[in-house]
Design a protein around this ligand. Sequence first.
Ligand code: ATP
Ligand code: MG
Length: 332
Amino acid sequence: RPRVLSGIQPTADSFHLGNYLGALRNWVPLQDTHDAFYCVVDLHAITIPQDPAVLRRRTRVSAAQLLAIGLDPERSTLFVQSHVPEHAQLAWVMNCLTGFGEAGRMTQFKDKSGKQGADSTSVGLFTYPILQAADILLYQADAVPVGEDQRQHLELTRDLAQRFNHRYGQTFTVPAPHIIKDTAKITDLQEPTAKMSKSASSPNGIIELLETPSRSGKKIKSAVTDTGRDIVFDPENKPGIANLLTIYSALTGRTIEDLTGAYDGKGYGDLKKDLAAVVVDFVTPIQERTKTYLDDPAQLDKVLAAGAEKAREVSAATLATVYDRIGFLAGK
Ligand code: ATP
Ligand code: MG
């Protein structure tokens, strides 16, 4: 079976609809067609300062949400990145293979560091895409289900895999991005040209899987739209309405044409009211299941420990080959 790997950062108390529609919903069916590895990437989360107690809580909440949306530890390997030391170990090797200028061209780093200024930006944030390359290459992943914002990082991963293979002999599978076109970039409700983001969006810009119906309803009602009134799908000129239609379509399975037809002659208020109800119907069972998993943290930790053990069987073998290829003396 082909392999897939993907990860999500525990950088908030809830995932948002961008995470779900852009990436996570893809993770579920891939369990049946692929040998799937999914991780909560806490090493990535600390590229930005995190309070220890909050990080611990968010790591469990993240794992619980992944189970709640349908990941099944019997059919896929679910683990926490820091439980598998090979990620950090391979990242060092990859750091030494990456050019400084090459890393400096990553646009996500420029965006994230630009907001903080150089003195409060960590070197970890700079090398984040290289750690991500290590995450993927350790498992010899064929495909990586992610949102559009990860395309450039995937390109770097492919370059590093090819570079290593060329220099040291065939070692890594060169992975391909697996991006769902229609929902690859869900945008911020308040800033409909920017990506919806756990750490960069304002609270009103994101719809969280775990927030109350009244909260998500209010946010959808106050979503930024244009001054027109026609409900048409025009991402260029009407990005706010296009985003709402994209979310509506993805959550219901109705096509955009069907929706624009059904709302012909109606106003933005009607669309927003109905979308709010669609969102509530979608998140309610996820919220219930998340709560059930969180009610038994010992069991949750057991699931994650078993996942890490399975992950290490693969990652340790890859790292051993890499260490040998680059000329490290065998330690035993
Ligand atoms: P952060 O702001 O902390 O970086 P994030 O919201 O970008 O958080 P990540 O944990 O970095 O979330 O990414 C998890 C997955 O969700 C990735 O595959 C990413 O491409 C995808 N993703 C994130 N935001 C969106 C979005 N707005 N639309 C589609 N996919 C998204
Ligand atoms: Mg991100």
